[in-house]
Ligand binder design. Structure first.
Ligand SMILES: Cc1ncc(COP(=O)(O)O)c(C=O)c1O
Length: 458
């Protein structure tokens, strides 16, 4: 007898049930385990090394292997003491939504392939524009992260600036095109350099604009801007958390007809709290903005937003159909981002925003900033010097006289299993760098981490 859908899907239902159990056990154990995988977990990775099976096997056995030996080899970023990079955890509603969306297996290509996927992207896009208080007609592309968001926005910028110069880059390419000039913060995140080179900008096309001691671009140090200039500003320096004076930068760029792009991978979330909004004043005058869901909003990886004041410019470079988007129209998601086939990423964003609400988002931002200040206070009390103004969720610290030991101290804490953060070099000084980005981090996590740091310094 050939199996029917009912019996085939019964094994999917069973897999879902087993996966929920494995996931539950994983989360229950997170508090007790090392943040970084321990030596036995790493050695158990050998258990995955097998020849490609010749035939099918019970899905339950595969899930069991994954949970038993895969879980311990994860880094516990879903718990409260991971302070490396800028990494959030996963909010409950976002986690549940990811599981449901996995069962749905939608391809969010257009509303023909996923009505729900497109609808929730539209709703989440409107909520993001509301939270960030950005122009409501701006386009929001749901992408894998800030890097892809920058690709969308900077490609749109290239198109719009060249179109003003009478050059259609989509049909004519870059050979012989009028030369554009990039003025970028000298503290630009490395991913922007990759995106610029993918878009055909060379190092010689970039002027790196000097920054102040907090890592903020100095507007007076910007080169003369023209309508062929593309300015890359930053909301949230990856070390200090400092935000460029975007309002002033936009005022200068606006007069010249230049395009301003804001890398707000995590710092754009400052706009979502009344307590931090003043730090980012004037950002709304820019032309494009990128931010991540997987950082401060605590959606699962991977999730970012490409926001552009001119949806037509995005459509011109991302659409896989010929006619350009008319003002006021909305486009299929696949015509606003690089990916053609794509997941229902908007579902998790919608779930995160719906479950937190405006106040919950502001509280998440404020809580992380408060815990970053607590880190700074406790580290200072332990003899550290705090090298940045702790304005957001980032702390850069060093031990005067023992700066060279900072990488060893970060490695020592990681090896202890208590917490995870990295070393950095800030303004020529070796330091440790802590980023508080998770919804589950508590004051106790900060205390435990500072205790581990103290133990690693002796
Ligand atoms: C300021 C900044 N820009 C860009 C990125 C890259 O973001 P993603 O990894 O989401 O592509 C990061 C990541 O930490 C960042 O902090």
């Amino acid at each position: 007898m050939t199996p029917n859908h009912q019996s085939l899907l019964a094994s999917s239902i069973e897999a879902l049930r087993l996966a929920a159990g494995h996931g539950e056990r994983y989360l229950r154990n997170l508090e007790a385990r090392n943040v970084a995988p321990n030596a036995s977990a790493l050695s158990d990775l050998q258990r995955f090394h097998e020849a490609l099976p010749e035939g099918p096997s019970d899905p339950a056995a595969t899930l069991d292997l994954l949970a038993r030996y895969g879980g311990p080899a994860t880094t516990a970023t879903a718990a409260g003491r991971f302070f490396g990079l800028v990494v959030g955890g996963t909010l409950p509603a976002a986690l549940g939504a990811r599981v449901i969306a996995s069962a749905w297996d939608q391809v969010v290509f257009n509303d023909g392939t996923s009505a729900i996927g497109v609808e929730l992207e539209k709703i989440a896009a409107g909520w993001l524009l509301d939270l960030f208080d950005l122009p409501r007609q701006a386009s929001v592309g749901f992408v894998t992260g800030t890097t892809m968001g920058a690709l969308v926005c900077l490609a749109a910028a290239r198109h719009a600036l060249l179109a003003k110069a009478g050059w259609d880059v989509t049909s004519r390419g870059l050979n012989g095109a009028p030369r554009l000039h990039v003025a970028a913060t000298a503290q630009m995140h490395v991913t922007n350099a990759k995106v610029l080179s993918l878009l055909g900008f060379g190092l010689e096309d970039i002027t790196h604009v000097d920054c102040d001691e907090q890592g903020r671009m100095i507007p007076d140090a910007m080169p003369a801007l023209t309508e062929r200039s593309l300015v890359i500003a930053q909301a949230g320096n990856v070390n200090s958390g400092a935000i460029d004076p975007i309002g002033e930068i936009c005022a200068r760029a606006g007069t010249a007809g230049a395009w301003v792009h804001v890398d707000g991978a995590f710092g754009l979330w400052a706009a979502a709290s009344p307590q931090t909004r003043r730090l980012i004043a004037g950002y709304e005058a820019a032309d494009s903005w990128v931010s991540d869901g997987h950082k401060w909003l605590n959606t699962p990886y991977d999730c970012g937003f490409a926001i552009c004041r001119q949806p037509q410019a995005v459509h011109a470079v991302m659409a896989t159909v010929a006619p350009y988007l008319k003002a006021g129209d909305t486009a299929a998601p696949k015509d606003m981002v690089p990916e053609f086939s794509r997941s229902a990423r908007g579902v998790e964003v919608w779930a995160a925003l719906r479950s937190l609400g405006r106040e919950g988002v502001a509280d998440l931002v404020d809580r992380c900033c408060r815990l970053a200040r607590l880190f700074a206070d406790q580290l200072r009390a332990a003899g550290f010097e705090i090298l940045n103004d702790v304005v957001l969720n980032q702390v850069v610290a060093t031990l005067p006289g023992q700066e060279a030991r900072m990488p060893e101290i970060a490695a020592g804490v990681r090896a202890s299993g208590e917490a995870w953060f990295g070393p950095t070099r800030w303004r020529g000084v070796d330091a440790i760098r802590l980023s508080v980005s998770s919804w589950v981090t508590t004051e106790e996590d900060v205390r435990r981490t500072v205790a581990a740091i103290k133990a690693a310094t002796v």
